[in-house]
Design a protein around this ligand. Structure first.
Ligand code: NAG
Ligand code: NAG
Ligand code: NAG
Ligand code: NAG
Ligand code: NAG
Ligand code: NAG
Ligand code: NAG
Ligand code: NAG
Ligand code: NAG
Length: 342
């Protein structure tokens, strides 16, 4: 167990302009709040993540919550003023397959949630939140109507998601507000499972897994504002437990809003895509007039013999070079954990 940490430490100390903060991953950083299944309340520990988060001081101080291995059931809202880091115990922060902490909730519009956002297992409602090595699941599953069931809802600025795994079917990741980064994580779903209206979201080094027929992204951008989803060096696969109808029915995106904007660079596309790669919103309500659905250097069996529609764009190298982490989030160096960049 010591070897990876030492390697990480050496590697971290080589990084310039460091914001690599995650050297502690098997023991709690000094001053952190502890969550574990066999918590000792007399020691100030919590057995429930929501209770721990709710007990943090409602002030501008930075707080760290360290979560020991286990399954934690129930919704968690984060809404205090100051920065919050929630880190799951792991022997290997850069590899989500080694995660040990699972957060689970089961809610959807069909189970009576009053809004899509309120279905979320983990809801981030205040700025400056970092999540490390958490598996976040909404286990509602599949429904023909009202199946929206969010695992992670991000309604906040300066949110970093590192080495996490997000699981649901419809609407897994709601990246809706502020500047958000998703690095070396796993995002699974089938229908519109990366979606939102206003955020500037950057994705690098993630595995994105499709469980059934549907669109990976549903950008809901409604105005010509700064909102954009930029993906660089991600992999798109069929989930190991995908339904048979995944074959031929995966699309990179459809436009929830008329100004939908999604750029996918250097994507390894292994999933069994529909040949058109990108979709309209719905027949008769296409929403394609002002969109940017763009790729650069897509590769893999999913895009062999593709027959893309004329509302999608293949970028030149020069055009693609305009869409980078620094170009869309100029102050990224102040808050993004660069140790999780490729
Ligand atoms: C999270 O916030 C929503 C909206 O305020 C509330 O309805 C819900 O009960 C909260 N969840 C928990 C576990 O406190
Ligand atoms: C991480 O998980 C893989 C299997 O998924 C395992 O082979 C490896 O030993 C684990 N690494 C550590 C540091 O526990
Ligand atoms: C938190 O985020 C806000 C909005 O992005 C920013 O203005 C502020 O400086 C941040 N605060 C801290 C303590 O990092
Ligand atoms: C989630 O809840 C719904 C309805 O309340 C139920 O039908 C379903 O079996 C539950 N799923 C899981 C995985 O618990
Ligand atoms: C894909 O298959 C699942 C499981 O059979 C089903 O629930 C879902 O409705 C199907 N999706 C479509 C778009 O047909
Ligand atoms: C591709 O998508 C179109 C439009 O939804 C659909 O009609 C067609 O059957 C799909 N192709 C395959 C191979 O499933
Ligand atoms: C294209 O993407 C692949 C990875 O998918 C990468 O190895 C290669 O360097 C990229 N080519 C260019 C021109 O960026
Ligand atoms: C959006 O605004 C940019 C400049 O801010 C402009 O170059 C572009 O043409 C506008 N796009 C649309 C569809 O109006
Ligand atoms: C784009 O394709 C559609 C249908 O495939 C066609 O009706 C339309 O005229 C085309 N538009 C342009 C600008 O080529």
């Amino acid at each position: 167990m010591q070897i990876p940490l030492i390697q990480l430490f050496i590697w971290a100390s080589c990084i310039q302009a460091s914001s690599f903060r995650h050297v502690q991953s098997i023991s709690p950083p000094t001053g952190s709040v502890i969550v574990r299944p066999d918590a000792q309340p007399a020691m100030g520990e919590f057995s429930n993540l929501g209770d721990a988060v709710n007990a943090l001081p409602a002030d501008s101080s930075s707080q760290v919550v360290f979560v020991y291995p286990g399954l934690y059931v129930g919704q968690v809202n984060v809404s205090r003023p100051g920065p919050v880091t929630i880190m799951g115990f792991t022997p290997n922060p850069l590899d989500f397959t080694n995660n040990t902490v699972v957060l689970v909730h089961n809610a959807s519009l069909a189970t009576g949630a009053l809004s899509d956002d309120l279905t979320g297992t983990l809801r981030l409602l205040s700025n400056n939140i970092s999540l490390y090595n958490l598996d976040i699941r909404n286990d509602f599953g599949v429904a023909l109507t009202n199946g929206q069931a969010i695992a992670l809802s991000v309604q906040a600025d300066q949110v970093g998601v590192y080495g996490c795994r997000l699981f649901s079917y419809q609407d897994t990741l709601y990246t809706n507000v502020g500047n958000n980064v998703f690095l070396r994580s796993y995002i699974e779903g089938a229908v519109d499972f990366i979606f939102g209206r206003h955020s500037i979201a950057y994705f690098e080094g993630n595995t994105i897994a499709s469980r059934g027929a549907g669109c990976v992204t549903a950008s809901g951008r409604e105005l010509n504002d700064t909102g954009i989803y930029v993906f660089d060096h991600n992999k798109i696969v069929a989930a190991s437990d995908a339904f048979p109808n995944v074959t031929g029915n995966v699309f990179l995106g459809r436009p929830w809003g008329d100004f939908a904007r999604v750029v996918m660079k250097n994507t390894d596309i292994e999933a069994p895509m529909n040949k058109t790669i990108w979709s309209i919103w719905n027949p008769g309500d296409e929403r394609i007039d002002f969109i940017l659905f763009a790729e650069f250097n897509s590769s893999g069996p999913g895009v062999e013999n593709a027959n893309r529609p004329n509302f999608s764009t293949i970028l030149t190298g020069d055009e693609a070079a305009q869409y980078t982490l620094p170009s869309i989030i100029p102050n990224w160096g102040d808050w993004v954990d660069s140790g999780f960049l490729l």
